[in-house]
Design a protein around this ligand. Structure first.
Ligand code: 13P
Length: 253
């Protein structure tokens, strides 16, 4: 059985008290309404990691993740944060290759390979993001676009390494736009991603990898999207900043 996962990507939101309030609310709701068999992951900005870790300590099924890590081990890289630091702060996951980082910080497929290596060698589970822009979707070449992202970043890894990944499919046209992919569009791409992984690593490996959907996922559409065979959960942006919405999404399986 693949793991079901709902991960919140706070992006660059929440001042200190806001982040603490949001986390406390989520923790209290999950204590009151335990969510079985779903891993809930909070991915706050780096400065919140320590505080969030303290608030989630001892609560079942809630995990800490980060939104990025350096491709380097340590040293003179001002402003960067290493995968080893994230582990030392109690993170167990890290988002790699979010489309905002690819677009705004010029993160290439090659760089993302290095970041994935850093994550894996520091016992972090990469939540590796892929997804096409609107013009590629409209041209009908979205499957080729996304599978190329995966080939170029990930196909140098061994079977043992790839097994540890979580993949997030986030069509860029659906991120923060309120325009979600239909459940059929999500399923079609998730299935294509799984087949692509299977073509390189075999069916057993591909069947174990959780593939999350991201892009305007909300409580009112999560159930339908998560009902699809190859959708194993969601990577949630805007709705992860509202405790009730986020917990409701986590309860949508
Ligand atoms: P929204 O849920 O706000 O569309 O963001 C999705 C996303 O980018 C999560 O990483």
């Amino acid at each position: 059985m693949r793991k079901k996962i709902v991960a919140g990507n706070w992006k660059m939101n929440c001042l200190l008290e806001e982040g603490q309030k949001l986390t406390s609310e989520i923790v209290n709701m999950i204590k009151d309404e335990p969510i079985k068999d779903v891993q809930v992951i909070l991915n706050p900005p780096f400065v919140h990691l320590h505080g969030v870790k303290k608030l989630i300590a001892g609560v079942d099924n809630i995990y800490l993740g980060a939104q990025n890590c350096s491709d380097q081990n340590s040293g003179a890289y001002t402003g960067e944060t290493s995968a080893a630091m994230l582990t030392s702060f109690g993170a167990e996951f890290v988002i790699i290759g979010h489309s905002e980082r690819r677009a705004m910080f010029n993160e290439s497929n090659e760089l993302l390979t290095e970041k994935t290596k850093q994550a894996l060698s520091n016992n972090l589970t990469p939540i590796f993001c892929c997804g096409e822009p609107l013009e590629i979707r409209e041209a009908g070449t979205h499957e080729a676009y996304v599978t190329k992202q995966l080939t170029e970043s990930l196909f140098g890894f061994s079977e043992e390494e790839v097994k540890k990944l979580v993949i997030a499919y986030e069509p860029i046209w659906a991120i923060g736009t309120g325009k979600t992919a239909s459940s059929d569009q999500a399923q079609e791409m998730h299935s294509a991603i799984r087949q692509h992984l299977s073509s390189k690593y075999g069916k057993t490996v591909a069947e174990r990898i959780s593939i999350l959907y991201g892009g305007s996922c909300k409580p009112d559409n999560a159930k339908e999207i998560f009902s699809k065979a190859d959708v194993d959960g969601g990577l949630i942006g805007g709705a992860s900043l509202k405790s009730r919405d986020f917990v409701d999404i986590a309860k949508s399986f």
